[in-house]
Design a protein. Structure first.
Length: 309
C-alpha cells in the first residue's frame, strides 16, 4: 500500500477519497498456482496482467502510473508480497491503481496515483461442476459510457445488480446483453459457447473485458485444432448451444448447465473431475490444458508462468 508492506488491517483509504466516493480505481486479479508435486508456486501471466493494468490506467487518465511503476518494479513487488504471505496453495492477488486524493469533485487529471495489492484464498465463487444462469434484465455498460476494456472499480455496480437479480431468482449467475441485444459476458467472467464443432465467443468490440483467461483459452483451443469464431452473438444462440462456459482468473473455467432454465446441450450431466465438464467436450479438454499451464504440470505455455522463488 503506497510503496510499503503493511498489515492488511492498516491498508485503508479515507471515506472522503476519490475511489470511495466515485470508484476512481482500476484493478486486475492474477492467480497463484501451487504445484504440490514440485513444491513450486507460479504467478499466471503476470506481464499480461500488468499490461492490462497499464492500459486501464491510460483509458482512465491515470497518467503517472506507468512511469511510477515500470514492469520490473511491479514484478519484484508482487513476488515479494507473495513471499511475505508464505503462500503454498492456490490463491489470488488483487492489484488496484487508484486516485489517491481526498478532494471534492470528480477530477482525475493531475491528481496523485497510488497502487495497492493484497493476497486472498482462491475459494469458489461459482460451482466448478457447473452453474445455472439467466440472461439479465440489466444491460451491460457501453464502451462510450463506462469502458469495459478498462477494469474500472466503479463500473462493476451494474454487474452487482445483475448478480443480485440472478441470485434472487434462483440462478447462480447472469449473462449480460449490450444495448443492441447482443451477448457480452457474465458478471465476472467471459463467455464461450460451442455450436456445430466451433468455439464461439463475443468479440472484443462487443463491450466485453479483454480477458486474459479468455485469451489463454483461445490460444489453447487453436493448439487443439478447434476452430474459433470471435463475433457478435445473439441471445437465441445461447439456447441452442451444444456447450457453454464462463472463464476468468477467479472463476477459472465453469461449465454452464442451463440458461433461462433451458438445458445447455446435455446440461443435466454435471462436470467430471476438477470441474472440467463432461468427457470428450471442448470445455473438459481446454480446462485440462489450462490447469496444467497454470500449475506447470506440463511443459507447454511456460512463458505464461512466473515462478515465485
Amino acid at each position: 500500500m503506497r510503496d510499503s508492506f503493511v498489515p492488511f488491517k492498516e491498508a485503508n483509504l479515507s471515506i472522503a477519497s476519490s475511489p470511495v466516493l466515485y470508484g476512481l480505481a482500476v484493478y486486475t486479479v492474477f492467480s497463484l498456482n501451487w504445484n504440490e508435486t514440485d513444491g513450486k508456486l507460479y504467478a499466471f501471466r503476470l506481464l499480461d496482467h500488468y499490461n492490462r493494468l497499464v492500459n486501464s490506467a491510460k483509458i482512465m487518465g491515470f497518467d503517472s502510473f506507468e512511469k511510477k511503476w515500470p514492469y520490473e518494479k511491479f514484478e519484484k513487488t508482487m513476488l515479494e508480497l507473495v513471499r511475505k504471505n508464505k503462500i503454498q496453495e492456490d490463491a489470488l492477488v488483487r492489484v488496484s491503481v487508484f486516485i489517491d486524493a481526498v478532494i471534492a469533485g470528480t477530477k482525475i487529471t493531475g491528481l496523485p496515483v497510488s497502487l495497492s495489492a493484497f493476497v486472498y484464498p482462491l475459494g469458489k465463487i461459482l460451482d466448478p461442476k457447473g452453474i445455472n444462469v439467466c440472461v439479465s434484465s440489466w444491460r451491460h455498460n457501453p464502451d462510450d459510457s463506462v469502458p469495459n476494456r478498462a477494469k474500472v472499480n466503479g463500473a462493476y455496480v451494474s454487474n452487482c445488480l445483475m448478480k443480485n437479480e440472478a441470485l434472487q431468482n434462483g440462478y447462480d449467475d447472469a449473462i449480460a446483453l449490450d444495448h443492441s441485444g447482443h451477448v457480452t459476458e457474465g458478471t465476472v467472467a467471459n463467455l464461450f459457447l460451442a455450436r456445430n464443432g466451433k468455439l464461439i465467443t463475443p468479440s472484443v468490440s462487443s463491450d466485453i473485458l479483454e480477458g486474459i483467461t479468455r485469451n489463454s483459452i483461445i490460444a489453447i483451443a487453436k493448439d487443439l485444432g478447434i476452430e474459433i469464431e470471435e463475433r457478435q452473438v445473439d441471445r437465441t444462440e445461447l439456447y441452442i448451444a451444444d456447450e457453454a462456459f464462463i472463464c476468468g482468473s477467479s472463476a477459472r473455467i465453469v461449465p454452464i448447465l442451463s440458461i433461462d432454465k433451458r438445458p445447455v446441450g446435455n446440461g443435466n450431466d454435471r462436470a467430471g473431475k476438477n470441474g472440467a465438464g463432461k468427457k470428450n467436450s471442448f470445455v473438459s479438454d481446454i480446462a485440462e490444458k489450462y490447469l496444467a499451464a497454470q500449475k506447470g504440470t506440463s511443459r507447454e505455455y511456460k512463458e505464461w508462468r512466473t515462478e515465485v522463488k
